[in-house]
Every structure is written in C-alpha cells, then in structure tokens.
Ligand binder design. Structure first.
Ligand code: MN
Length: 251
C-alpha cells in the first residue's frame, strides 16, 4: 500500500510525526506537509506565486504553501504513482461541525478525495499533545479496521475526531453527522503600538446543534467521532422553491 500523509499544523508539528509513526508497517509512506502552520486555511490553493519544496532529513517533502497545495502538488507532480490512501493530521484541536469548512486538516484530506482517493482527516478533540500517542494508536486502529474488510472503493472522505485521553484506543467509535455551531464570537480589537487598530478573529461559537448523532455529541460522550463527508454544497431541499420563485419573478 502507498499512503500520502499531510497536515495543516506544519511539518514540525508533533501530530504529523505521531501519525507517520503510527502507520509504520502499512507500506510506502510519503509525507508532504506545509512549512508553516496553515490552520484555518480551508481549501486554499496558492495561485499567485510558485511553490518551493525541500526535503527534510527524514525524506519528507516540505512545501511553502497550504495543506491543499501539499496534497495537490504531491498528487500531480511529486509522487511517482497515485497513493491508495491520503491521511491528514493529527490536528492540534477538534474539527467538528462548521469548523470543517475552515479546517486545513480536513481540506488536505478533501484534496485527496477530490482526486478520487480514499482520504481520512484526524484531529484531537482537545488542544495540546498530552495523549498524542494514544490518539495515534487510535488512528492506526481506525485504519486497520478499514483495511481489515478491504479498503472500501473510493472516493470517500472520513473526518475523525479523537478525544485527547490516554484510553483513546479503547473508546467506542461512533459514526456521526456534523453538528452546527452558533456564529463566531465578535472580533477582538486592539491598538497596535503605533496606535492603529488591529483585529483578531474571535473564537468559534458554541455548539448549536449538538444532539445525539452529531460529532459534538459523540465527542462530549468521550467517543471517537467518525463523520463521512462529501463536497456537494447544493441546498437540495430548497432547489424546488428557488426554481419556483425565480420562474415567478420572470413571469
Ligand atoms: Mn491545525
């Protein structure tokens, strides 16, 4: 098997080293990761400048771009052949509910999915690397489970959130849907030392839809949350009503 591993926290983050180590023995592993922390960059691709790639002593390719750049460049130029699986993470912090739209961790996996390759994003529910090794063993167990039944035909995309706990590998794994969040907290204004206003994006809003069956619910219950994702953003439920409204406005 041939696995491509990326992340959004940057190639120096402990999370990607733990994920790479956890995949030992699964086959050929290529790592292509951003030079800088690129959390919150979503699916951005760098179009206005070229990307440079250097190799670190471990043979990982490091790209001065976004998580999507890394997977895109890997799949279209760096790798000798198409990988069987794309993994992203392990991210420092949860990617649940609406966060998945902003997440570079999810985006790196999504880039693999968009290229038709089975892809999985892994995140720690709570920030900090306290139980990263346990999370990495959990990620490996999820992968082993998938491989055990024969890797399902792709493309598919899984978003996995793992509680930051020593006993993570023993926790139940629940297949969930995305919850929803309230709108973000307001921006935080500060004055620069030169007196100019500065704005920090505020924290994410609290969970709004966190009922049973959601990723938020599973995580709050101390479960590993596994959400199958897709990319179609079409509002299917409103297709008919919009078509009717626009038809009436023309008549
Ligand atoms: Mn991140």
């Amino acid at each position: 098997m041939h696995i491509l591993i990326a992340n959004d926290d940057g190639y120096l983050a402990p999370g990607i080293a733990a994920l790479v180590a956890a995949c030992d023995g699964l086959g050929t592993i290529d790592v292509v990761a951003p030079e800088q922390n690129a959390s919150g960059t979503s699916n951005a691709l760098t179009l206005g400048r070229p990307l440079s790639v250097f190799e670190n002593p471990a043979g990982w390719r490091v790209v001065n771009g976004t998580p999507s750049d890394c997977v895109h460049v890997a799949l279209t130029g760096l790798l000798p052949k198409r990988p069987d699986l794309v993994l992203s993470g392990i991210n420092n912090g949860a990617n649940m509910g609406d966060d998945t739209l902003y997440s570079g961790t999810v985006a790196a996996a999504m880039e693999g999915y968009l290229f038709g390759i089975p892809s999985i994003a892994f995140s720690l529910v709570d920030k900090g690397w306290a139980h990263l090794d346990a999370a990495a063993r959990t990620a490996r167990a999820v992968i082993d489970d998938l491989l055990g039944g024969g890797l399902p035909d792709g493309p598919w995309l899984l978003n996995v959130n793992i509680p930051n706990r020593a006993d993570a590998p023993t926790l139940a794994r629940h297949v969930t849907r995305l919850g929803r969040r309230h709108a973000s907290e307001p921006v935080i204004r500060q004055d620069s030392p030169r007196g100019d206003p500065l704005y920090w994006i505020g924290p994410a809003g609290d969970a709004k839809e966190a009922g049973e069956g959601t990723d938020f619910f599973a995580a709050a219950q101390g479960k590993v949350s596994i959400t199958p994702l897709q990319v179609d953003l079409t509002d299917h439920a409103r297709l008919g009503s919009w078509a009717g409204r626009l038809a009436r406005s023309r008549s």
